[in-house]
Design a protein. Structure first.
Length: 94
């Protein structure tokens, strides 16, 4: 039996792992999007945005998209105060 085979296999696995995951420390966190669908639920939307604003995560690494599904009164007045704290966008469905 060739005793070098396991060592070669381990080296190959380490090389492949480094190619797939070049930065094991993950200096930059993954970017993600939070989508909040809503229809006239202003109080709940405000609570949700307040909670998201309290996340311990860099604000440049995620976005919030609020989708209003044709509420009689769009929730701009709820979303506007969070624009300076969050990367938030409002999409209004007519």
């Amino acid at each position: 039996m060739d005793n070098r085979r396991p060592a070669r296999l381990i080296r190959r696995l380490r090389t492949n792992y480094r190619m797939l995951y070049p930065d094991p420390a993950m200096k930059r966190k993954p970017f993600f999007t939070i989508v909040i669908p809503t229809y006239g639920r202003f109080e709940q939307l405000g609570e949700c945005l307040r909670s998201i604003g309290g996340l311990d995560y860099p604000e440049e690494d995620f976005e919030v998209v609020v989708v209003d599904d044709g509420s009689p009164r769009p929730p701009e007045h709820i979303v506007e105060p969070y624009r300076d704290k969050l990367n938030v966008r409002l999409v209004i469905q007519p």
